[in-house]
Design a protein around this ligand. Sequence first.
Ligand code: ATP
Ligand code: MG
Length: 213
Amino acid sequence: MSDKSKKYGIMGGTFDPIHIGHLVIAEEVRNKFNLDKVIFIPSGQPPHKNLSNVTEPEHRYQMTLLATISNPYFEVSSIEMDRAGKTYTVDTIKKLNEVFNEEVDFYFITGADAILDLPTWKNVNELLTLCNFVAATRPGFGLEKMQKGIEKLEKKYNRSIYTLIVPALQISSTDIRNRINNNQSIKYLLPESVEHYIYKNNLYKSSENGGLF
Ligand code: ATP
Ligand code: MG
């Protein structure tokens, strides 16, 4: 795949909400792998999460736009949100390969927890032939455990998976949602624009309904 002229990162996630942990791993991978850009793709109906617990795609898309707008190398795609039914990474990457006419090498970016989940994804064998994978370290998911898990995956699927040590940020969307629901501060855990969007739209309060709880 190395004779292709461009390298794009794909940052998939629920982004409920997007936070600094997502932005840092995307930027670190872009930088270390010399990517031309990173496309953030908020999930539509996430196959691994109970739909009723996930905020409407439109809100997650808007927050992702706000969070990425100041980085000229970041883009947001609604490709998964626009597809009806459950969305799977393998279908997204196939679609992107069609759109970009196979001129682009894709680097799918994940955190340590997500990469270890890979065997549960749809058509993993095929997926690993369609794009590269880069797994970034994540607090709570030890480096050693991640590396052992990746070695197993590499043997099982006979493909290489890149790993990258990134500045550790113990931030998760779950923690941010819980903080909001408990009237705790979320300042500095996510961009200020996203923080304001959350308050303006009354998201993540159990009495209101941003789709949560
Ligand atoms: P939730 O708590 O709702 O699962 P999350 O913080 O894990 O949210 P996701 O949207 O599930 O965010 O994650 C998207 C991708 O970003 C995944 O590959 C995940 O591993 C990675 N990721 C999220 N937060 C971090 C972080 N703090 N450090 C490294 N990777 C992260
Ligand atoms: Mg997660």
